[in-house]
Design a protein around this ligand. Structure first.
Ligand SMILES: [Zn+2]
Length: 279
């Protein structure tokens, strides 16, 4: 059974990179329509499917682009939807970037849970994506790999940052066996104080602040407390979940990422798709 939302809800806020306010309205959508954005502020209200074919820029966030329209920083909202097992949703947005809110997926998740999740009767079979051999992409010592895992979908993530307060962290989470709302959804975006000026000069993180992102310098967090000791790696796993959701549905695989980026997450999605289409 596919699933959609029980009712419509709206959330407003500013986007991380552009710093522009937008309102997102999530609506139930029929079976087999998938998750898709609609830019209601643009002429003709163009639709942008939340699929790998729509991926545009991937610098520090994932942007989707289709029908001459873009929507930026989609990963936390998409992670909240797939973490709640919502297959079909119409995501109306009246601006260019999804609001960052508190930097995590928690506010999205709370609203999804309040709206309720309904099962949809459908006769159309949805074929499972099964990874049958190791698939990987890498760049330097960073990689993302998908290994066969008939039990379902598991993610394991490793990070290693040259900032004492983060250092080397690993976390592993299964969508079937582990809780999403307690373990992953609350983990917030993080950044480095010494990089903020440079990023702003490049037109990025204009909407970032100490209220919506954890920020650290070499040896301390500027805005503690953390929600978890290893909040950064849990947030990376949240980003990975949102990016992998662009496959349309989660593959039966153990996906392992190390020091990866949105770009590498999405390269793996393309590689999985290629293997399925021409095995
Ligand atoms: Zn993120």
């Amino acid at each position: 059974m596919q699933k959609s939302l029980g009712q419509t809800f709206s959330v407003s806020g500013i986007g991380l990179h552009l710093g522009v306010e937008a309102t997102v309205t999530l609506k139930p959508s029929p079976a087999n329509t998938g998750r898709y954005f609609v830019r209601v502020d643009l002429p003709g209200a163009p639709s942008i499917p939340a699929q790998i074919q729509s991926v545009g820029q991937t610098v520090l966030s994932t942007e989707l682009s289709a029908n001459d329209a873009q929507v930026k920083t989609v990963e936390h909202l998409l992670a909240a939807l797939i973490g709640s097992k919502v297959d079909n949703a119409c995501i109306e947005i009246n601006g260019p970037e999804v609001p960052l809110l508190d930097g995590s997926a928690q506010i999205w998740l709370e609203n999804i849970e309040k709206a309720g999740i309904v099962e949809q009767s459908t006769t159309a079979a949805t074929e499972a994506i099964v990874v049958t051999e190791p698939i990987w992409v890498r760049k330097g010592d960073a990689f993302v790999a998908a290994l066969p895992n008939l039990e379902g979908t598991r993610f394991s993530y490793g990070i290693d940052f040259p900032y004492q307060v983060i250092g080397n962290q690993w976390f592993s989470w299964s969508i079937e066996k582990d809780d999403f709302s307690q373990l992953i959804a609350p983990a917030r975006t993080f950044g480095f104080a010494d990089q903020i000026e440079q990023l702003r000069q490049n037109g990025l993180v204009k909407g970032g602040s100490l209220d919506n992102a954890l920020v650290c310098d070499q040896d301390k967090w500027l805005n503690p407390p953390l929600r978890f000791d290893n909040e950064p790696v849990r947030h990376k796993l949240l980003d990975l979940l949102g990016d992998i959701s662009l496959l349309g549905r989660l593959p039966k695989a153990h996906i392992i990422a190390y020091k990866a980026s949105h770009q590498l997450h999405l390269e793996l999605v393309r590689e999985i798709l290629k293997r399925i289409e021409s095995p």
